[in-house]
Design a protein around this ligand. Structure first.
Ligand code: GLN
Length: 553
């Protein structure tokens, strides 16, 4: 079977949830036994999002091969249980970078290099590369931005040519659009959808399926109107209502018949979809027995997308523990030793988040201390782990001037220091310690207990490390280095054994938590927090009321 390509475009407005629709469709196709991957094409000029501020772009998602990518790749991995790579995220910046490099090498044999055909050819080759790997039956391509944007044009043109080149029967265009409700008129309005389909058609693309985001049910007459004006069959008008959880979307899309229409249109053999695990998971997410509060301490907390994978990992771990994790967003800038008791009142776990730079560090150190002293389960991730080490060095080891050289280059005790191979790096993009590294766990530790394995593989994104010349002081005072990178003898996990659950990790476990494989450390952190909540009367029992859509049919 030749690889099929499904292009997903968006119209009317951004933030309609194209990534979730792609991931949901992907999950439904995987449930049919198909091998699926998803690629994100981003129309911005940055080569990758690695140098962007989290306020600007949200979380930077790191893949096993060390690519710094769009956070939608996280959804693809979480929904499909796949690993993605650099090939799954292409930006305009990268496309131009490659084309300009080729031009400098004389690859275009003296031709004038132009958007069409050179940029559009380069885009096509990135898309085809995944298909030609032979690893996938279906590649879903999410095209970032909104049709009509100047910067999206080369992508739309590349898709138009690609559909022609690989044959229409091997490709599909799903267009995601908005059907807004006008309260004053008391009506759903189809005009924005008509306009966006018109814009798409002017660029030579006719959608095969329309997924209509709406806050209200699309009745038969609205669907008929959309179908008629947009030139699609009425069964190809798919309603996408707001869901209680993004994980419910695959089930809602199945109810609407999205997978069925895709299978038919691509001439694939339908099979009975296997979604039992998924349904069980959604059931657990929507019907938890109780709720606990966990503080997420960071400096980008106003912008929750900055911590996307952490939020999702808590949902996965909550489902395993039959409890809802309510995140209490704590701005580290505002946190002091004085107000911490108030700000963290009623929380049963403290997570100190990853981050860069010195802003808010004192607040993070106060949060570590509060959790350590009061036996509240603590999880430090990357910068959060480094803060845990600094706090321990200061307060337990008595090195008052211990610090990370990221915040104080002249610290007397640089317990966290820049890695040797990072010292002379000048370029900011793609130069950190990135991607998958091995970590060897010490038997008898909480980490070893959680993973149940000796060798684990986790993803990194940092320039600083626990200082190997000074780490003796930590172990002398009872901190356990429970995970080490065997190749370079680097500290990857620290623990305090007398504490109920105090774990700091140099890597990013949140990036590897999926619905089918919730991350072991998140699961155990939530378990410990649940125990803390129950013994301190912070646990809030909840009534089980919800019925998930798939159970109705
Ligand atoms: N700023 C720290 C470092 O570079 C931590 C990075 C992070 O939290 N991702 O080592």
């Amino acid at each position: 079977m030749s690889t099929k390509y499904i292009f997903v475009t968006g119209g009317v407005t951004s933030s309609l949830g194209k990534g979730i629709i792609c991931a949901s469709l992907g999950r439904l196709l995987v449930a049919q036994g198909l091998k699926v991957t998803i690629q994100k094409l981003d129309p911005y000029i940055n080569v990758d999002p690695g140098t962007m501020n989290p306020y600007e772009h949200g979380e930077v998602y790191v893949t096993d091969d060390g690519a710094e990518t769009d956070l939608d790749l996280g959804h693809y991995e979480r929904f499909l249980d796949i690993t993605t790579s650099q090939s799954n995220n292409v930006t305009t910046g990268r496309v131009y970078y490659d084309v300009i490099n080729k031009e400098r090498q004389g690859a275009y044999l003296g031709k004038t290099v132009q958007v069409i055909p050179h940029i559009t050819d380069e885009i096509q080759s990135h898309v085809l590369k995944l298909g030609q790997s032979g690893d996938y039956d279906i590649v879903i391509i999410e095209i970032g931005g909104t049709v009509g944007d100047i910067e999206s044009l080369p992508y739309i043109e590349a898709v138009r040519q690609l559909r022609y080149n690989v044959g229409r029967s091997n490709t599909l265009n799903i267009h995601l659009t908005l059907v807004p409700y006008l309260a004053a008129a008391g009506e759903l309005k189809t005009k924005p959808t008509q306009h966006s389909v018109k814009t798409l058609s002017e660029s030579g693309l006719q959608p095969d399926i329309l997924v209509c985001r709406s806050e209200h049910h699309l009745d038969e007459s609205i669907r008929r109107k959309v179908a008629q004006f947009c030139n699609v069959d009425i069964e190809d008008v798919i309603e996408s209502r707001d869901a209680r959880s993004i994980y419910e979307v695959p089930l809602l899309m199945q109810e609407e018949g999205l997978d069925k229409r895709v299978i038919e249109k691509l001439h694939l053999e339908p099979t009975e979809p296997k979604l039992d695990n998924w349904i069980g998971f959604v059931e657990a997410v929507c019907n938890p027995s109780g709720a606990i509060k966990i503080a997420l301490v960071g400096k980008y907390v106003e912008h929750h997308d900055s911590y996307k994978s952490i939020v999702e990992a808590f949902i996965h771990a909550g489902a395993v523990n039959d409890c809802k994790v309510e995140i209490v967003w704590v701005q580290s800038d505002d946190l002091t030793k004085k107000n911490i008791g108030d700000k963290l009142k009623g929380v049963s776990g403290v997570l100190v988040a990853p981050g860069f730079g010195g802003r808010g560090i004192d607040g993070k150190l106060a949060a570590v201390e509060h959790a350590r002293v009061n036996d509240i389960p603590f999880f430090g991730i990357c910068l959060g782990m480094q803060c845990a080490v600094v706090e321990f060095a200061r307060d337990i080891c008595g090195w008052e001037d211990a610090n990370s050289t990221e915040f104080d280059e002249d610290a007397e005790y640089p317990i966290i220091d820049i890695m040797h191979d990072q010292k002379n790096i000048e370029n900011m993009g793609g130069t950190m310690r990135l991607g998958k590294y091995t970590c060897k766990l010490t038997p008898g530790t909480k980490s070893h207990e959680a993973y149940g394995e000796e060798l684990i593989y986790e993803r990194h994104r940092h320039r600083y490390e626990v200082n190997n010349n000074l780490r003796y002081k930590l172990t002398e005072n009872g901190m356990v280095l429970s995970g080490m990178n065997p190749e370079r003898d680097l500290v990857e996990i620290v623990e305090i054994p007398e504490h109920p659950w105090f774990v700091g990790v140099q890597f990013h476990p949140e990036l590897k938590s999926t619905v089918n494989n919730p991350h072991a450390l998140f699961v155990d952190f939530v378990k410990a927090s649940l125990k803390h909540a129950k013994s301190n009367e912070y646990y809030e029992p909840l009534k089980k009321t919800h019925v998930i859509p798939a159970q109705k049919s």
